[in-house]
Ligand binder design. Structure first.
Ligand code: DAH
Length: 452
């Protein structure tokens, strides 16, 4: 039986985390109730679920826009590859990634990513509080902004060059929009803001992972007079205080309202999570057409994040969500690569303010090629994935490890990967793929592997 596009997209997203978050690695000392998560990819601990109501949907009366635009809405200055391709020993940005920066998909009114971004901003504009909007910030940030200010420790896997695009040893392509939290907190200009932008991560290759994607961050501080009882509290004293509960409830209610605004009234469940920059931390899942889908991470901002931003006197919440994931669900877009295509059979389907189902214009046949090699101890899988995308571009649809074994005598490990090549706009020939596969076989030796 043929699966409908909607069912196919949902089951794909229910299983996968679309470019999921790197930060859920609890420090050894963490005494959180969540599972101790060690991998970059986190498994959601769904042990703690709250049946939640859609309390805030009724609040959605559009007022005159209270969201103010606080940055010039352009990202075109960033579309200069020479900003990213520096001759620095730590620079690991390949030309095909540099070419993606500055496309500004989130600012295109007729693009699914732009449509979702404005729908979210529209929701916040309808709330009785002013949220400043930043959506054209420089995607180059420092390690301090992206990690240290957020309590992400130096040894965290998300900081390693196998996962992150470094420009120099201290500057990088932001891996999340949380990288802008501290500067906005510190500036003191607003006590609530939204911040959207393109983010970059070295990751696996399949239909829900792409090295560039988009996030939207939200932060809200509470008036000092509402937090008087919490003055000076830290650690558990703070997290168990009524004031912390007030913030967590407000956060949940606000985000439930957002989900109803995007998806219509929908069932939701909350689980505890771990992020170094929030405590307590939560993840929100929604039930959409019968599938539980994780949609965002959030929490009460960690007191140390606030004090590092010279805001020790304030308390508040933060959340972050991936725009591709929401767009894939709402527009039924089956492959994350489609967001980047300039084929007008894709781009002409969408218009400002409207959520419409994507009509697939093609499913050209795939070409499969396997490659097997002995790996050195230093082998980094993401280097191999990136090499393939560097050679063949977006026609690399998927790369999967299909076999792995260790020869006990030689003490060496062999890995075999299956590469699915498929174009979204034309049929590929076996001959043209052979040429690319040959180039990959030759160049993969630069990673120290021995092709079998
Ligand atoms: N920055 C996180 C990520 O990319 C998402 C996130 C989680 C943002 C919790 C937040 C937050 O502001 O409170 O994985």
């Amino acid at each position: 039986m043929k699966m409908s596009t909607s069912a196919a997209v949902l089951s794909l997203l229910a299983l996968a985390k679309t470019n999921c978050h790197a930060w859920s690695t609890a420090p050894i000392s963490a005494t959180t109730t969540t599972a101790f998560k060690t991998s970059r990819r986190f498994v959601s601990p769904s042990s703690i679920a709250y049946a939640s109501s859609s309390a805030s949907s009724s609040r959605l009366i559009l007022r005159s826009a209270t969201v103010e635009q606080s940055s010039s809405s352009t990202t075109s200055n960033y579309a200069d590859p020479s900003r990213y391709l520096l001759d620095h020993p730590n620079n690991n940005v390949p030309p095909h990634i540099a070419a993606l920066v500055g496309k500004g998909l989130h600012l295109k009114p007729n693009h699914p990513i732009g449509i979702i971004r404005s729908k979210i901003q529209q929701y916040f504009a309808s709330l009785p509080h002013n949220y400043a909007v930043y959506d054209a910030e420089d995607p180059i940030v420092t390690t301090t902004q992206c990690f240290d200010d957020l309590r992400i420790p130096p040894e965290h896997p998300g900081r390693s060059p196998s996962d992150t695009y470094y420009i120099t040893d201290t500057t990088l392509l932001r891996t999340h929009t949380s990288a802008h939290q501290s500067e906005h907190l510190r500036s003191g200009k607003s006590d609530a803001f939204l911040c959207a932008g393109d983010v970059y991560r070295r990751d696996e290759i399949d239909s829900s992972h792409y090295p560039a994607f988009h996030q939207l961050e939200g932060v809200r501080l509470f008036p000092q007079e509402e937090m008087v009882g919490a003055h000076g509290l830290t650690g558990e004293e703070w997290t168990s205080s009524p004031e912390c509960q007030v913030i967590a409830s407000h956060l949940k209610e606000t985000l439930e309202g957002l989900m109803d605004h995007l998806f219509g009234e929908t069932e939701k469940r909350w689980s505890e999570d771990y992020f170094p920059f929030t405590t307590p931390s939560y993840e929100l899942e929604i039930k959409y057409e019968g599938e539980w889908l994780e949609v965002l991470g959030c929490g009460v901002i960690h007191e140390e994040v606030l004090s590092m931003s010279d805001r020790a006197d304030r308390r508040g919440w933060a959340f972050g969500l991936g725009l591709e994931r929401l767009a894939m669900i709402l527009f039924e877009i089956p492959d994350i690569r489609l967001f980047w295509t300039e084929d007008d059979r894709f781009t002409s389907q969408f218009s400002e303010g409207k959520i419409t189902k994507f009509v697939s214009y093609s499913k050209y046949p795939p070409v499969y090629k396997d490659i097997a090699f002995w790996i050195p101890e230093t082998f980094v899988e993401n280097d191999f994935f990136e090499l393939a995308r560097g050679i063949a571009g977006d026609i690399v649809e998927k790369m999967e490890l299909i076999d792995e074994f260790t020869n006990p005598k030689k003490g060496k490990t062999s890995k075999c990967y299956r590469i699915t090549y498929r174009s979204m706009d034309r049929s590929l020939t076996n001959e043209e793929i052979d040429v690319l596969q040959e180039e990959l076989r030759a160049r993969v030796e630069d990673l120290g592997v021995e092709v079998r």
